[in-house]
Design a protein around this ligand. Structure first.
Ligand code: CDP
Length: 259
């Protein structure tokens, strides 16, 4: 796929802080697998969940703490939608959308224009098109397997990471919350960015997007059978982080013991 190679080495709008001294738990020095001459393997964390469930915030914080690279895969679908909408295209048209998916570049992934709710709704339309998902699959897998240096691991957040993109991920989390709580958080986020929005509209948009994401045939939103579900309805960001970090710390330790 032509779009994959130029993007892969630096494709990380939210790569874990480059200032992070070392991955806090990735092996205190060299990776044990490297010691044994097996070559290094990336430690992959998959975080899935519905819109505004807090998975993006969690993924960023974990990436910072662990020194892992982070890929917000939702940005890929948002960028695809944006490239279709901008010249007045139809996000439901498979050819237009698939062409757009192949034209994404990394500057666009960090563009604030991707964050609006119109783009979000169109993102869930293009995301239901199998040719779009195919166009983005290799890129995501490549990022997981070869995160940008010096990261020894990758965190991908999205809808189908644990189920389709990285079914062999080392840790799979499914982060969820009630629709009302998610709408409250999204409203807050929108207001902080200076947008005017009404709770009922935000809730309605989220529910419609959840339904499209869950009911589509191509890689629907789902918790992988081996994912650990974290319901964040009554948890603040710190509590969610603590819970996730402890789970990951345990998994990292276990993997090292097995070396
Ligand atoms: O930030 P928020 O949770 O609202 O959405 P997002 O993660 O930016 O994703 C936007 C849309 O992209 C979702 O509603 C999905 O339709 C789609 N998406 C997907 O299908 N698969 C992914 N791995 C990530 C996002």
């Amino acid at each position: 796929m032509s779009g994959v190679l130029p993007l892969t080495p630096t494709l990380s709008p939210q790569t874990g802080s480059k200032q992070s001294p070392r991955p806090a738990l990735a092996g205190r020095g060299e990776n044990p697998r490297q010691r044994e001459g097996e070559g290094s393997r990336s430690f992959v964390i998959a975080i899935d969940g519905p819109a505004a469930s807090g998975k993006g915030t969690l993924a960023c914080r974990l990436a910072d703490r662990l020194g892992f690279a982070h890929l917000d895969t939702g940005a890929l679908y948002r960028a695809t939608a944006f490239l279709v909408l901008d010249p007045g295209g139809d996000p439901a048209d498979p050819e237009t959308a698939a062409r757009a998916a192949r034209r994404i570049d990394r500057q666009l992934l960090a563009d604030p224009r991707l964050r609006g709710e119109v783009v979000a709704a169109a993102a869930s339309t293009v995301a239901a098109i199998p040719a779009v998902r195919r166009a983005l699959l290799e890129l995501q897998r490549n990022f997981a397997a070869h995160p940008p240096a010096p990261a020894q691991g990758a965190i991908l957040d999205g809808r189908d990471i644990g189920s389709v993109v990285c079914p062999a991920a080392d840790v799979k989390l499914f982060v969820t919350a009630s629709a009302e709580e998610r709408a409250r958080r999204r409203l807050e986020e929108l207001r902080q960015r200076g947008a005017t929005a009404i709770f009922e509209d935000v809730l309605q948009d989220l529910k419609e997007r959840d339904a499209r994401d869950t009911e589509r045939r191509a890689a629907p939103l789902t918790a992988a059978p081996d994912a650990i579900v974290i319901d964040t309805t009554t948890l603040d960001a710190d509590a969610v982080f603590k819970r996730a970090y402890n789970l990951i710390a345990r998994a990292l330790k276990e993997k090292e013991w097995k070396q």
